[in-house]
Write a protein that binds this ligand. Structure first.
Ligand code: NAG
Ligand code: NAG
Length: 296
């Protein structure tokens, strides 16, 4: 009985998610700010937004990389679009207000999409409770969580005016605690809590800002691959197919443009376990652990 119910439910959700009503025109001429855009998914987001005719400002810490990404955006997009960058370190929460003000000025006073994508890069590892482990908490929560809240907060007046969107790039690890990245998992769970609450408040206030949380699985960015390789997660690398960062970026843009509350990508990799985790937690944990290797 419950199996049948789940099968039907799954079919319905799957069917719904496969309906593609994305209209690329809706992104044309929109003003977009992307964080963590010097590499990986953020970089690909910049290229797709450029191709789709959006005006973009990107940020990260490395100016040289930002310049290169902007250069490529220029080649991919039209001459009339705006392409610009601002160098910022998301550890510095105090500067986030200034970052948003500068971005909005560069975009001629309007912001349509705030795309939050940056993370602090961490080595994978077991949480033993060491002093080193504990010293990571502040930095990870600061960059992966608090800076998202700060940037979103400073953007709210602008997004309210434009009836804009907040796009939060999160992770399977933000729905399902993952080994070797437990503090990262915690920071991503925190995003779900905050933006879930904020979404409800916006509805209560009749404020037309959409919030899309992107639940991503294994995406083949250079950083993800090299982290998994150096931590010898050979089984995972062999068994789980990495999605391309470019395809992932496009799915994120579609989700934001369609103003959906959540996207799961690659869907079959993340959605079943997220859906079943509260019903069958032990079973889901066991399946999940199967791809991980404990290295001494
Ligand atoms: C941010 O501002 C507060 C209050 O002005 C100050 O106490 C704090 O040290 C500042 N933090 C940084 C990282 O500059
Ligand atoms: C936690 O600390 C131990 C001992 O210092 C270290 O081996 C491990 O890699 C650390 N874990 C993380 C996630 O940094």
């Amino acid at each position: 009985m419950i199996k049948k119910f789940l099968a039907v439910l799954f079919g319905l959700v799957l069917g719904y998610m496969l309906i593609d009503d994305f209209n690329p025109e809706t992104v044309k001429g929109k003003n977009v700010f992307i964080t963590g855009a010097s590499t990986g998914i953020g970089e690909q987001l910049a290229y797709h937004y450029a191709k789709l005719g959006a005006n973009i400002v990107i940020t990260a810490r490395r100016e040289r990389r930002l310049k290169e990404v902007i250069e490529k955006c220029r080649e991919l997009g039209n001459k009339e679009q705006t392409y610009d960058y601002i160098v910022a370190d998301m550890l510095d929460l105090n500067s986030t207000g200034n970052v948003i003000q500068t971005v909005v000025n560069k975009l001629g006073g309007r912001l349509d999409y705030l795309v939050l994508n940056h993370i602090i890069l961490l080595d994978l590892g077991v949480w033993t409770g060491s002093q080193h482990n504990l010293s990571l908490i502040d930095k990870v929560i600061n960059v992966n969580f608090q800076s998202y809240v700060y940037l979103a907060s400073h953007s709210l007046p602008h997004l309210e005016e434009s009836k804009g969107s907040i796009v939060v790039v999160s992770s399977f690890a933000g729905k399902f605690g993952q080994p070797f990245v437990s503090i990262y998992s915690a920071s991503k769970f925190a995003l779900d809590g905050f933006f879930g609450g904020l979404r409800q408040e916006l509805k209560l206030r009749n404020c037309d800002i959409s919030i899309t949380v992107c639940v991503l699985g294994f995406i083949g960015t250079e950083n993800a691959i090299s982290q998994l390789e150096s931590y010898k997660q050979n089984l995972l690398l062999k068994l789980v197919t990495a999605a391309s960062p470019s395809d992932t970026a496009l799915q994120i843009i579609r989700g934001g443009a369609k103003r959906v509350r959540q996207i799961y990508y690659p869907m079959m990799q993340v959605f079943p376990l997220v859906m079943l985790r509260d019903l069958f937690p032990e079973m889901c944990d066991t399946i999940n652990r199967f791809v991980y290797t404990l290295n001494s």
